[in-house]
Write a protein that binds this ligand. Structure first.
Ligand code: SF4
Length: 296
């Protein structure tokens, strides 16, 4: 890896994407918010309450999440090898992916879409890597960081922090930078959706607080199932508007938390990927996929 010009984080903040970073009794308002936690509140306040206020953990996850993390690990391995002066064959990347899958697979990984098997998802992840490998070898992109964790304030006088984990940050030189994000989703994002996407624009705000000179910043999504790349940029005014919208949302969350709610359930098809059915007032019993035992 290139010698980083970004600020190093304490080790307790530099863990994987699903690891807690603060003591379990720390209230949500004193912990960093993330794009993911804000999205959860927007989609279903009840789910936000269970996950981020009550901090109820469940021994389940959807297989889409599991395969996404294995693919991210394999791409990180690939770039670590390249920046160490070794260009691994695709077989070595596929073997790393397979080893991680076998080592980390557990009964709580649930297949929600009944028409697909676990093997389907394993092959889908490997195909994503194969497609990416063929398209981007010999991986001479100017990689500055991979899987980089940031905790930052939108502005210094804000009373809350944001957290983000960049998949990859490239330094093109002369103040030109790119933030890259890998997606294993079944559909690629439209240009219009990319132009209003919050996640990478938020990361741009965080990165720009750590860099001395930014003349341009491109936001790049790699849709690995489709082999498509989508790019976008933000103006300073758009970033200021984003900060304002995030502040308003955090203010709403803090007010609801201080008042003890209400955190209303919002039923959507995303309920199929939610494992808080026992706690949810809109549901009864377990998420059916838990009962079906489709993890094998
Ligand atoms: S089951 Fe649906 S409505 Fe209930 S908490 Fe989960 S996402 Fe919200």
């Amino acid at each position: 890896m290139n010698s980083s010009i970004l600020t190093s984080l304490p080790t307790e903040l530099a863990g994987g994407k699903t690891q807690g970073v603060r003591p379990a009794d720390s209230p949500i308002v004193n912990r960093p918010f993330s794009h993911s936690s804000l999205s959860t509140y927007e989609q279903c306040p009840a789910r936000f309450q269970f996950a981020y206020i009550d901090r109820i953990t469940k021994p389940y996850e959807g297989i889409e999440s599991f395969v996404g993390r294995r693919v991210h690990e394999a791409l990180q391995f690939l770039y670590e090898e390249v920046t160490s002066g070794r260009l691994p064959l695709f077989d070595a990347v596929a073997e790393f992916y397979s080893d991680c899958w076998n080592e980390k697979y557990y009964d709580g990984v649930k297949v929600i879409k009944r028409r697909f098997s676990v093997g389907h998802y394993f092959n889908m992840g490997r195909d994503c890597l194969n497609r990416y490998y063929r398209k981007h070898q010999p991986f001479d992109q100017p990689v500055e960081e991979t899987e980089y964790t940031m905790v930052f304030k939108l502005d210094e006088n804000d009373d809350f922090e944001m957290k983000g984990i960049l998949d990859r940050l490239d330094d093109l030189g002369n103040g030109r930078w790119e933030i890259h994000d890998y997606k294993t989703s079944s559909r690629a994002m439209s240009q219009a959706d990319a132009d209003r996407n919050r996640q990478l624009a938020l990361y741009q705000i965080g990165v720009q607080k750590e860099l001395e000179e930014v003349k341009s910043m491109s936001l790049v999504w790699h849709f690995l199932q489709q082999g498509e790349e989508v790019r976008s940029e933000r103006t300073p005014k758009q970033l200021e508007n984003l900060k304002r919208r995030i502040r308003n949302l955090v203010t709403d969350i803090k007010a609801a938390t201080a008042e003890g709610g209400p955190f209303e359930p919002v039923e959507t098809p995303l309920c199929n990927w939610c494992f808080y059915w026992e706690e949810c007032p809109a549901k009864s019993g377990h998420n059916p996929v838990v009962k079906r035992g489709l993890s094998a």
